[in-house]
Write a protein that binds this ligand. Structure first.
Ligand code: MG
Ligand code: MG
Ligand code: MG
Length: 299
């Protein structure tokens, strides 16, 4: 193993994953890396604070890694078994096995950025760019505090970060962040579904759950047939037991769930009648808190 330590977030990187890798690497003198291209939202946040996009990790083989914003093997780099994991910082449920004792820091807060901001308050309070990046990531993951994953800690930390970053209106900044990737109309449907997509192992079955956030759900309804074709096709080709695409309207505060797989499982999970292609669930904002646990339970 080399001496360099790489900080890496999950596949289909979101803003929290990329920012957490950048900030933790900066504080510790490690190297931030990503797995896959960043989305427009992340590009907007990095650009705003003049921070370059991290390089790709490539193969994990023989590398020392810190995992941020995930601890699920299916979302981690390939060849993880040939890497040395030195630490995990995350805000997702624990789903990790490792033969050696390592440092693991998991807190039930709205973003990994929140945890880093709390742990490294001194460093962050002196660095406008770091504070701005963390605030962008926190607002992204908590959907501007509308997600049920939001805690009082997130709100408190956000105010501190905004002060350091010189952002007067947190809400307005959050909407700027969210709007930057909300336009799906000119994108291939594959990119829309896979932009924020996670693979899970539920009782030995492969389940994939994608999510997008829009400011008008009609943009998604207009592309329903394309979404369904893609889900059905991918389920067959990639051997998924179930595929779900969660289209969240951040203004209406609810989601249309499209799926390919067993309707009965979805009806049992959400305790409601489900259409052949999709169902609207009022108040559903969070994949982590409102989709993953109830679907996992069905397997
Ligand atoms: Mg994430
Ligand atoms: Mg996160
Ligand atoms: Mg997320």
């Amino acid at each position: 193993m080399g001496d360099d330590v790489y900080v890496v977030g999950h596949k289909s990187p979101d803003t929290d994953t990329v920012v957490s890798a950048i900030v933790y690497a900066k504080i510790k003198g490690y190297i931030p890396v990503i797995q896959g291209a960043i989305n427009e939202e992340t590009a907007f946040v990095l650009d705003k604070f003049g921070v370059p996009v991290p390089g790709e990790l490539g193969s994990a083989e023989g590398k020392k890694l810190v995992l941020v914003d995930h601890n699920e093997a299916t979302q981690a780099p390939d060849n993880l078994d040939k890497a040395e994991i030195v630490e995990i910082i995350d805000h997702h449920k624990m789903n990790f096995n490792y033969p050696d004792p390592i440092a693991i820091h998991i807190e039930p807060v709205g973003s990994t950025a929140t945890i880093l901001a709390k742990l490294y308050q001194d460093e962050v309070s002196k660095d406008k760019a770091l504070a701005g990046l963390l605030l962008g990531a926190l607002l992204s993951d908590t959907v501007i505090f509308k997600s049920p994953t939001t805690t009082e800690e997130d709100k408190r930390v956000a105010s501190q970060l905004a002060e350091v970053a010189g952002i007067a209106d947190i809400e307005a900044f959050g909407i700027d962040v969210k709007k930057s990737k909300a336009n799906i109309s000119d994108k291939p449907i594959k990119d829309v579904v896979l932009a924020d997509f996670k693979d899970f192992d539920f009782g030995g079955k492969k389940v994939g759950i994608g999510q997008t956030e829009v400011v008008d759900i009609n943009d998604v309804y207009n592309r329903a047939s394309e979404i369904m074709d893609f889900l059905k096709d991918t389920k067959t080709k990639e051997g998924y037991e179930m595929l779900i695409f969660v289209a969240t309207d951040i203004i209406k505060e609810g989601s249309e769930l499209y799926y390919a797989g067993d309707k009965a499982k979805l009806e049992a999970a959400f305790n409601t009648t489900v259409g052949d292609d999709s169902v609207w669930i009022d108040g559903l904002m969070s994949r982590k808190k409102q989709v993953v646990p109830v679907i996992d339970k069905q397997f």
